[in-house]
Design a protein around this ligand. Structure first.
Ligand code: NAI
Ligand code: MG
Length: 498
């Protein structure tokens, strides 16, 4: 097997080992005995074979999670001890940060240095942040009046209880970080988990499973079923033993999750697609706005749900910003993620490459002007040149639909109200960016934007404390921050007659 990590590195040793999935603390093969191939997208070569779990494995994993939730060391653990275990997982991730970054870079394609800071360290921080919540989940007391029971007295309060067994289905763009966003609040509340990583990038989740064992997470609390979306993923979403499903991925599959969950009305949170507007006003500091607008779309090769993929530039600086962003795009160094000089890696898969090329072709057919990029690069791996498209507007596929690649469309605008309306011209509502030195202008535009996050004079800033999620068809609910804790608890009202 082609082992592509630095020879003898911990990541190389991990890649050499046979891959299993984690059910009830045991590393097992799929019951059906199948495996699927995992690729290094920079080389287009197979780097691992991973169990092709399906409904039968999901059944076993859900049963293990149920036992762990109802009657186990985990269910009897104090909140303080639970917090300590979660904190330790964060520590163990940091102890293995270089290894995890290398695994992520090889599996997903992203530059290893970026994987180190943007994926691994943020994932560890999520464990550390959510560890503190384990001891801070509590209800309230209420001075109730009960008008129809004059003279009676009551003691009324709420309990915040864990939802139970949660199914978590995650994508391939930030594999370890998305696992952390999902797993951490579930653990903090005392839930148990069946995690289904993306079939393109299951490796860091498998390593995370090993590290949670090293940190002392009891058996059955985190189960990891690797497999395809249509089989393993669909089984998680439909399973009657799953109390809640949390999903990140395409809006199309998000709707399938809702349908599957409607059978038993399980709780659902969704973090879906985006087509986020990024607005540059003429009074902005262009020395930061131009590279900022480029980073907004090209970070992670455009494979971000919140990518600033529709760039609106005030008319009088249109040519300057268009040129600046295009120049920036043209200088980005493409390469294999493990090469320290690489600034942008390949797309994650051959399928994603085809999808992005399909968008580029449709732009060309519809007469949208390519300022820079617009094509595949090299004949090995799945590389696409950072691309700037000028003048696409509603009705053009490249303007209307999420591309999920390094492709930005640009349009000029005249004033705040025009750009506010244009920015909302989408079924999505995940994020938006504003670049201006005029506070009034920014504050006029912020409430107009139907988006879950607005960045001003910055973009792609994430923190464990700051809720993230979408308006409209970008999703339901929020991840991170205290809001994520509420997504994993039920509220029980208790009323005692005195
Ligand atoms: P996808 O939505 O099919 O996959 C995401 C996850 O859902 C994976 O774990 C997959 O195995 C699982 N899945 C797929 N079909 C399922 C089903 N029927 N039931 C349950 N789980 C299922 O996304 P895909 O095909 O990888 O990418 C397609 C497009 O989706 C991208 O081009 C992009 O536009 C969007 N996307 C958005 C993401 C985000 O962060 N919001 C992440 C990944 C993709
Ligand atoms: Mg899909």
């Amino acid at each position: 097997m082609a082992v592509t990590a630095e020879a003898e590195s911990p990541a190389a040793r991990f890649l050499e080992q046979p891959k299993r999935m984690l059910v009830d603390g045991d590393w097992v093969e799929a019951r059906n005995g199948s495996t699927f191939e995992v690729f290094d997208p920079a080389l287009g070569e197979v780097i691992a074979h991973v169990p092709g779990g399906d409904a039968e494995d999901v059944d076993l994993a859900v049963a293990a999670a149920r036992r762990a939730f109802e009657d186990s060391e985990w269910s009897r653990m104090t909140a303080s001890d639970r917090g300590r275990v979660i904190w330790r997982i964060g520590d163990v991730i940091l102890e293995h940060a270089d290894e995890l970054a290398e695994i992520e870079s090889i599996d997903n394609g992203k530059p290893v240095g970026i994987a180190r800071v943007a994926d691994v360290e943020l994932a560890a921080d999520m464990f550390h942040y959510m560890a503190g919540f384990a001891t801070k989940i509590y209800g309230q007391t209420f001075p109730i009046s009960v008008l129809y029971a004059p003279g009676a007295q009551f003691h009324a309060y709420t309990l915040k209880e864990p939802i139970g067994v949660v199914g978590q289905i995650i994508p391939w763009n930030f594999p370890l970080l998305m696992a952390a966003w999902k797993v951490c609040p579930a653990l903090a509340t005392g839930c148990t988990i069946v995690l289904k990583p993306a079939e393109q990038t299951p490796l860091s989740a498998i390593r995370l499973g090993e590290l949670t064992q090293e940190a002392g997470l009891p058996d059955g609390v985190l189960n990891i079923v690797t497999g395809l979306g249509e089989t393993a993923g669909a089984a998680v979403a439909a399973h009657p033993g799953v109390d809640k499903v949390a999903f990140t991925g395409s809006t199309e599959v998000g709707k399938l999750i809702v349908q599957a969950a409607s059978n038993d009305l399980k709780r659902v949170t969704l973090e879906l697609g985006g087509k986020s507007p990024n607005v540059v006003f003429a009074d902005a500091d262009l020395e930061t706005a131009i590279p900022g607008a480029a980073n907004a779309i090209f970070f992670n090769h455009g494979q971000c749900c919140c990518a600033g993929s529709r760039l609106y530039i005030e008319q009088k600086i249109y040519d300057e910003v268009l040129q600046g962003v295009s120049d920036h795009a043209g200088k980005i160094k493409l390469g294999r993620g493990l090469d320290p000089d690489t600034e942008m890696g390949p797309l994650v898969s051959a399928e994603q490459l085809d999808r992005v090329k399909g968008f580029l072709d449709s732009g060309e057919r519809e007469g949208v002007r390519t300022v820079t990029g617009g094509k595949q690069v090299g004949d090995r791996g799945y590389f696409v040149a950072p691309t700037v498209l000028d003048g696409a507007s509603p009705g053009n596929k490249v303007y209307d639909e999420e591309i999920f690649g390094p492709v930005v469309t640009t349009l000029p605008f005249k004033d705040v109200s025009e750009v506010g309306a244009a920015a909302n011209e989408t079924i999505y509502g995940l994020a938006a960016g504003i670049w201006t030195n005029d506070l009034t202008k920014a504050h006029r535009l912020i409430p107009q934007l139907r988006a879950g996050t607005v960045w001003v004079n910055t973009y792609n800033i994430f923190d464990a404390a700051l809720p993230f999620g979408g308006y409209k068809q970008s999703g339901w609910g929020r991840e991170m921050g205290e809001e994520a804790i509420h997504e994993y608890t039920e509220t029980k009202s208790v009323c005692i007659g005195l």
